[in-house]
Ligand binder design. Structure first.
Ligand SMILES: Cc1cc2nc3c(=O)[nH]c(=O)nc-3n(C[C@H](O)[C@H](O)[C@H](O)COP(=O)(O)O)c2cc1C
Length: 214
């Protein structure tokens, strides 16, 4: 039997048990039930610098800044699915997550400048990304900036923009547990992502998971 697909959950919220984190956990539960291996990264809790424009990566397949980002840059070469989960802050993604993403200039230079992509050829056409986001305001355009950033990131690391779950107007709700429809959608999308990546499900998707949190 081959290795199960690897799905990484990248959390943009500083809150490890906030609404965004709860939705990400639901989606990762779904991916696991669909037979994937999962890992979670909390960008706001890593110790790394933003891109300093040293341009070492113009000629080298890694980054000169020797910090917490280095193992993550390695890991992102081989993942199969990526779930980015982020709140909206000041009409975009939070700074910690943006700095994490900016460090993938290493992938940009390899792909577009040296034409020597860091993502293995056999994975390039099949990697898939899901974007989960929450915003406080009811404004329809509140996700526009974040979506542009996440789509650019997915393109740079060869992940198709496969799906999204965008929930606005959260300032009126506060507690995501009061939106079982969104909780269910996160689990379902995670499960569907796992299947789309070729996961061999261990169980059929759980029903009514929002009433029966694991
Ligand atoms: C610093 C900061 C800036 C924010 N800016 C926005 C904003 O521009 N638009 C918006 O709709 N919500 C904004 N929000 C609200 C968050 O998106 C909302 O509270 C979200 O539910 C937080 O998710 P979390 O608890 O999982 O981190 C902001 C929140 C913070 C803390």
């Amino acid at each position: 039997m081959g290795m199960p697909p690897l799905v990484i959950g990248l959390l943009g919220s500083p809150l490890l048990n906030g609404n965004t984190a709860i939705l990400l956990d639901r989606a990762l539960d779904g991916a696991r039930d669909a037979g994937c291996e999962t890992e979670k990264i909390a960008a706001a809790h890593l110790d790394f610098k933003p891109c300093m424009e040293i341009f070492y990566c113009v000629e080298n397949p890694t980054c000169k800044l020797n910090d917490d980002m280095i193992p993550h840059l390695e890991k992102f070469r081989t993942l199969d699915g990526l779930i980015v989960a982020s709140p909206i802050m000041t009409m975009g993604i939070p700074g910690g997550l943006k700095s994490f993403i900016d460090r993938f200039q290493v992938f940009f230079m390899a792909k577009y400048v040296r034409k020597s992509p860091l993502v293995p050829a056999e994975k390039r056409g099949s990697r898939k990304g899901l974007f989960i986001s929450i915003a406080g305001m009811a404004l329809p355009s509140v996700f526009d900036g974040a979506k542009m950033t996440v789509k650019a990131f997915f393109t740079i690391i060869d992940c198709a923009y496969w799906g999204e779950i965008l929930t606005n107007d959260m300032d009126h709700i506060h507690d995501i547990q009061k939106r079982p429809d969104v909780m269910e959608a996160a689990y379902r999308k995670g499960y569907e992502l796992g299947i789309a990546l070729g996961g061999k499900p261990l169980t059929s998707p759980k029903q009514g998971i929002s009433d029966n949190p694991t």
